[in-house]
Design a protein around this ligand. Structure first.
Ligand code: SF4
Length: 314
């Protein structure tokens, strides 16, 4: 797919210890926040290329001061300026943050965002559901129950979503299986997850003290096996993504033989994985993605945001 990722700010109140992307304050080195105009300018530039965007993907840190109205207005501006462009935005963690800021329910936040043009939630922020690990890794963040409940509420409102798991840090194989089973159980109840995205932990610039056996380069085969096990266990989630940004292009290609059926898209600009040490490109062209898929022995299909086949313009 042709998509454009927008990371609107890296200033975040949550302070997750594994996160290389976040900054605590606006004057910290590398802190940024994009204005509405800057975001619209990035999307205009993407639209002016010869390829029509299939999706915009908007995520960022939980900013301490940006009011919820700023986000509502952003989605309204994107909808008005780019009619028909599907907006996938804000993980359940960001939704929980908005609800806390506004002193309202996640249901109210989701409904207002839907009215402003939101069609889908990305799957970030699930990390690992085990409560003890979650407390060590990201104590301020929405907990597992909140993350799952917000996903369920989105599904109830007709907003589809994705789901993720961050692996290769402090967790055991048992923790991974427990996480996958919780996603499977939620999917049986609410049915709105379209895709599972296993995210290998990237250590560079992270403050996690890893156990000795996890300190070298993460084992590529472990990543592939995790994709394979996910495909088998999550029999009720239609798609498994080999997210080339985090896996790297070559492993993502191999992952297609291990149960993944999606490579995400062109992306264009990505900060979260790259600030954590991802060595992949910032973006890819459609023909690079096509070659990756064909060279691995598969047939590329351009898709839309909801995993349908993209229309004829593609
Ligand atoms: S992972 Fe997300 S919520 Fe946690 S510190 Fe980073 S940007 Fe904030």
């Amino acid at each position: 797919m042709v998509n454009r990722q927008i990371n609107y700010t890296n200033i975040c109140v949550n302070g997750c210890v594994f996160c290389a992307f976040r900054r605590d304050r606006a004057d910290d080195n590398g802190a940024f926040i994009l204005s509405h105009d800057e975001i619209l300018a990035r999307l205009k530039a993407a639209e002016q290329s010869s390829l029509k965007l299939d999706e915009v993907h908007i995520v960022g840190g939980c900013h301490p001061a940006l009011p919820f109205a700023w986000f509502e207005e952003l989605l309204k501006l994107v909808s008005a300026n780019f009619p028909g462009l599907p907006i996938k935005a804000f993980t359940p963690v960001e939704i929980a943050h908005f609800a806390k800021q506004e002193k309202t329910s996640a249901a109210e936040i989701l409904s207002r965002l839907k009215n402003a043009g939101l069609v889908m939630l990305p799957g970030g922020g699930a990390e690992i559901f085990n409560p003890e690990l979650r407390y060590r890794l990201c104590p301020q963040k929405a907990n597992a129950r909140e993350w799952l409940d917000i996903s369920a509420e989105a599904h109830a409102q007709g907003i589809k979503s994705n789901c993720t798991m961050l692996f290769g840090h402090l967790e055991s194989y048992g923790d991974r299986v427990e996480h996958l089973l919780m996603l499977r159980e939620q999917q049986d109840k609410s049915g709105g997850f379209l895709c599972f995205i296993p995210l290998p932990f990237l250590k560079e610039n992270s403050r996690i003290e890893l156990p000795p056996e996890r300190r070298g380069p993460v084992d590529g085969l472990d990543r592939l096996k995790t994709i394979a096990v996910s495909r088998l266990l999550l029999d009720n989630i239609p798609h498994i993504k080999a997210y080339w940004i985090m896996l790297g292009e070559k492993l993502a290609q191999a992952a297609l033989w291990y149960g993944a059926d999606d490579l995400d898209g062109t992306i264009v600009e990505e900060k979260i994985g790259h600030m954590a040490g991802a060595r992949s490109s910032q973006g890819m062209t459609i023909s690079q993605l096509e070659h990756m898929i064909r060279d691995a022995g598969f047939v590329p299909i351009r898709r839309d945001a909801a995993f349908g086949e993209a229309p004829a313009h593609a």
